[in-house]
Design a protein around this ligand. Structure first.
Ligand SMILES: Cc1cc2ncn([C@H]3O[C@H](COP(=O)(O)O)[C@@H](O)[C@H]3O)c2cc1C
Ligand SMILES: O=C(O)c1cccnc1
Length: 385
């Protein structure tokens, strides 16, 4: 995919269906309950209507796409765990032995595991080529054995960044075609909270103090190094001149691509593509934790309408997560003190969204429930809540 082809695909993303949202809001207001009493569930069901164009939605098939890759910056000692964990967990996803694997089994979701460039070899028998042909296999989309070290130069070439984005978009299209109603964005890659922080700092202008957390539990020396690297890598993009030079969407798209290739990882790029592809296919998508949130922000910068297709699941404890949410103007609806990644928040969020849609489909209106709703006038006029 050339950059021009990619940008043309971004222009195919439609805004949310406002008429369907109005109809959904109207039905929510007529359901037999005190107005607004289902809180966030009401908002979720209305947002879902904007995505599908239908007031009533059912969520049957769900899947978390897990983008796996290694990061060259791991050699700087910015992570607590060795890079071999990326390979081990990528294999463990196939057996559902990881956090997201166990939760996906528990809630009845599928996994779509994609290798974009794990460093260590994975035996051939674990791989397949066609996405979703076997959800217990790893889709082989390897670029190379991990990115280059961002502390020393760009993580990857532009062509590689585009290739990862294309893979993410390919996965979204495959999921849509296979009939999934709702998907999630997960990842695995030791060191990816460092690359995510570098991307977030570059995209927002925030310094490393605001965007860096301890990730998987890095020690004090590693944490200092992590912040130094994030500040240094993002510095050219944090200058006011850089921001001021961006005066049209094409400039922002080019700058975001450059930031992803310079400071990001194969996993972050593929997740960015997944969000963009989901929006292009009118497929709702759930954001997991920190890495997932940073990729969703990159997608939003390149195509602002894609935020209409995103649901923020849980408030990750990783520092910087809420900065991404603030820029996206999204609010996570779960707060479980989680900070795992992998897409582990997605299967839980799928259930909440399923419930929100079922309320819209199955609750009776005041009319249907034969309740005289004249008494509501006073509530609607008053400012009680
Ligand atoms: C055993 C283990 C399992 C994981 N599952 C997800 N992550 C999470 O930790 C990594 C990011 O943190 P950092 O930047 O500090 O390396 C990612 O792979 C993320 O998914 C894990 C990390 C470990 C150690
Ligand atoms: O929130 C996350 O996604 C996260 C936090 C710490 C480590 N890995 C992932």
């Amino acid at each position: 995919m050339t950059k021009e082809e990619f940008f043309a695909q971004l222009n195919e993303i439609d805004p949310a269906d406002v008429k369907a949202m109005e109809k959904a809001a109207d039905r929510q207001a007529r359901l037999a309950k005190p107005p607004g009493s289902l809180g966030v569930l009401e908002e979720l069901s209305i947002k879902m209507a904007g995505i599908t164009g239908q007031v009533n939605n059912t969520i049957e098939k769900t899947c978390v796409a897990v983008m796996c890759a290694d990061n060259g910056v791991a050699e700087e000692g910015i992570a607590s765990a060795p890079q071999s964990v990326t390979r081990a967990q990528t294999i463990n996803f196939t057996r559902r032995l990881t956090g997201v694997g166990a939760l996906a089994e528990s809630f009845g979701s599928d996994l779509l595991i994609v290798d974009l460039g794990v460093k260590d070899d994975i035996p051939q028998e674990f791989y397949c080529e066609a996405p979703l042909a076997d959800t217990h296999k790893i889709v082989n989309r390897r670029i190379r054995r991990g990115t280059w070290n961002i502390a020393k130069g760009p993580a990857m070439t532009f062509a590689e960044a585009l290739q990862c984005i294309e893979t993410g978009m390919e996965m979204a299209s495959a999921l849509k075609k296979a009939g999934y109603d709702l998907i999630g964005a997960g990842e695995m890659g030791i060191g990816n909270t460092t690359t995510s922080a570098a991307v977030l700092s570059a995209l927002t202008g925030l310094g490393a103090e605001e965007t860096c957390g301890r990730g998987g539990g890095v020690n004090d020396a590693g944490f200092s190094k992590k912040k130094e690297i994030v500040d240094a890598v993002s510095q050219p993009y944090r200058s006011t001149e850089f921001g001021e030079a961006l005066d049209c969407l094409t400039d922002v798209r080019n700058a975001t691509l450059e930031i992803l290739a310079t400071a990001g990882g194969f996993d972050i790029c593929a997740m960015t593509g997944l969000y963009l592809g989901a929006a292009r296919n009118r497929l709702p998508i759930v954001i997991d934790g920190y890495i997932s949130a940073v990729a969703s922000l990159a997608a939003y910068m390149m195509a602002p309408d894609c935020a209409s297709y995103m649901f923020a699941s849980h408030k990750s404890l990783e520092k910087g997560y809420m900065h991404a949410m603030d820029r996206l103007e999204l609010r996570p609806f779960l707060d479980l003190d989680m900070r795992l990644g992998e897409g582990s928040g997605c299967p839980i969020a799928f259930e909440v969204l399923r419930g929100a849609c079922d309320v819209m489909c199955h609750m009776a209106t005041f009319d249907e429930a034969e309740i005289n709703d004249d008494y509501l006038d006073e509530i609607q006029e008053g400012d009680f809540f």
